[in-house]
Design a protein around this ligand. Structure first.
Ligand code: 2HG
Ligand code: ZN
Length: 459
């Protein structure tokens, strides 16, 4: 595991075989075949935690080019790391061992919205924000903080979740059609956009969350939702984690148009207040904060009843809503102000949430007493983000204790970001031997030579 981190020392950097190099440059054109310094932005992740290297970045502009690139690499037995907006947090899009990077950002066509079907066809490299902005009457059901850079292909490959899963489900639930290219270059296409279609295996659903190991997604037909009207955001200060969780659970039952229920604590907020222009949301101090967004005619009244006499900031206009959302959406940046964070995206059953959220800092401190720990996340789906800025070596000790704690409570070591390279060593805490051998069989069926994203999800 340590070899994946930025302390890694690489000794041999073999170039591509000359014939493959020429072939790839011919397929995508010289200006889309990058080597040397031009690859710098493709070999390190957003957090700075994962550094790799690559003999070449290829940037196809069509599905036919993706197919030709994969066929050539497969024939030569050269591994490939598909990459979208490079916003992943588990090292899943980084060429950790000198793989060719297949950047999909050149596939950037967005079709007009099909307003009758409430669907849109987008190529893999289109950002989620572009899809959300495609039509004034419709919205993309999935909303994640990195939506301005994160791409359709990457969001499907990692089954992105985010801020509205409680209402609309993750990216997998939005797929109405998919086109993808197998490792040997064959194109799979099922793009009719049918809502009901029971004609065999749901491979688009399987590719969602496959982390680029089964095929390379080139375009998708995506479900849209009518844009919410009269949304209200309430940021409520709550004195402790038990009270916070109780209020969040109540909000699901009592706020009929609930879109989001998110939390953060004073630990992350204080860092944001010190390092960004954000001002304290209200004067009264609170240990924890619940951010709720709801739409519909009763939103204001129901949120008001829920907040009761707790300190609360309420926003009704788009700009005020965006201002309140910043307190939550900027949390992924908070730990980065202190150092290079380790990102955790675990989930636990509802009944264990308060126990986990109250104990995880102590669990991290048991192996690294001076580590800084921030928690925040998507409270009612059980998903907690734990961001750790280690003081001790990031040699796996933090993952060991956090993941074992999660597993002992019946939780998952990845609710959102995937296994990637960061968690590959701990997959047995999440999946049985029988499951992992099924996974290996599926992977071999899709990619018999094992060229696709070899560093993620253990084989
Ligand atoms: C979020 O919910 C993202 O903001 C990122 O999943 C979480 O940076 C993180 O740990
Ligand atoms: Zn998240």
């Amino acid at each position: 595991m340590r070899a994946h981190f930025k302390t890694a020392v690489r000794t041999s950097r073999s170039p591509l075989p000359l014939t493959l190099r020429r072939e790839l440059a011919d397929i995508v054109g010289g200006s889309n075949f990058l080597t040397g310094d031009a690859t710098a932005g493709y070999v390190v992740d957003w957090t700075g935690r994962f550094h790799g290297w690559t003999p070449a970045v290829v940037r196809p502009g069509t599905t036919a080019q993706v197919s030709a690139v994969l066929a050539a690499c497969n024939a030569a037995g050269v591994p490939v790391v598909p990459q979208g907006g490079n916003t992943g947090l588990v090292g899943g899009g980084i060429p950790l061992n000198g793989e060719v990077v297949l950047s999909l950002t050149g596939l950037d066509r967005l079709d007009p919205v099909d307003t009758d079907a409430m669907q849109v066809t987008a190529q893999a490299g289109v950002s989620l924000q572009r899809v959300a902005d495609a039509h004034p009457g419709f919205d993309l059901p999935v909303r994640i903080a990195s939506r301005h850079s994160a791409t359709v292909g990457g969001a499907i490959a990692t089954n992105a979740g985010g801020l509205r899963v409680l209402r609309h489900g993750p990216m997998r639930a939005q797929i109405r059609g998919l086109e993808a290219v197998l490792a040997d270059g064959r194109v799979l296409s099922h793009m009719a956009g049918l809502v009901k279609d029971n004609t065999g295996y749901d491979y688009p659903g399987l590719l969602a969350g496959s982390e680029g190991t089964l095929a390379v997604i080139t375009q998708a037909r995506i479900r849209l939702t009518p844009r919410s009207e009269n949304s209200v955001v309430a940021l409520i200060g709550v004195s402790d984690l038990a009270g916070l969780h109780g209020l969040a659970v109540r909000s699901v039952r009592e706020v009929t148009g609930l879109e989001s229920a998110e939390f953060f604590t004073t630990a992350g907020l204080d860092i944001l207040l010190a390092h960004t222009p954000l001002a304290r949301p209200f004067r009264e101090p609170a240990k924890t904060y619940l951010l709720l967004e709801a739409s519909g005619p009763h939103a204001m009244e129901q949120l008001g009843e829920l907040a009761a006499d707790r300190p609360t900031a309420v926003a009704e206009t788009a700009s005020d809503r965006a201002r309140l959302w910043q307190y939550r959406e900027r949390h992924p940046e908070a730990a980065g102000f202190l150092g290079t964070p380790l990102k955790f995206d675990v989930s636990v059953p509802s009944g264990q949430w308060v126990h986990f959220a109250s104990t995880v800092t102590g669990v991290v401190h048991s192996v690294d007493p001076y580590a800084q720990v921030i928690t925040y996340g998507h409270i009612v789906d059980g998903n907690i983000h734990v961001n750790v800025v280690p003081a001790a070596d990031a040699d796996g000790r933090h993952q060991d204790v956090v993941f074992n704690h999660v597993a002992s409570l019946g939780g998952s070591i990845s609710a959102e970001h995937g296994i990637g390279a960061l968690k590959a060593r701990w997959i047995s805490l999440a999946r049985t031997d029988a499951e992992r051998s099924l996974f290996a069989g599926i992977r071999a069926a899709f990619d018999p030579r094992g060229i696709l994203n070899p560093n993620v999800l253990p084989r």
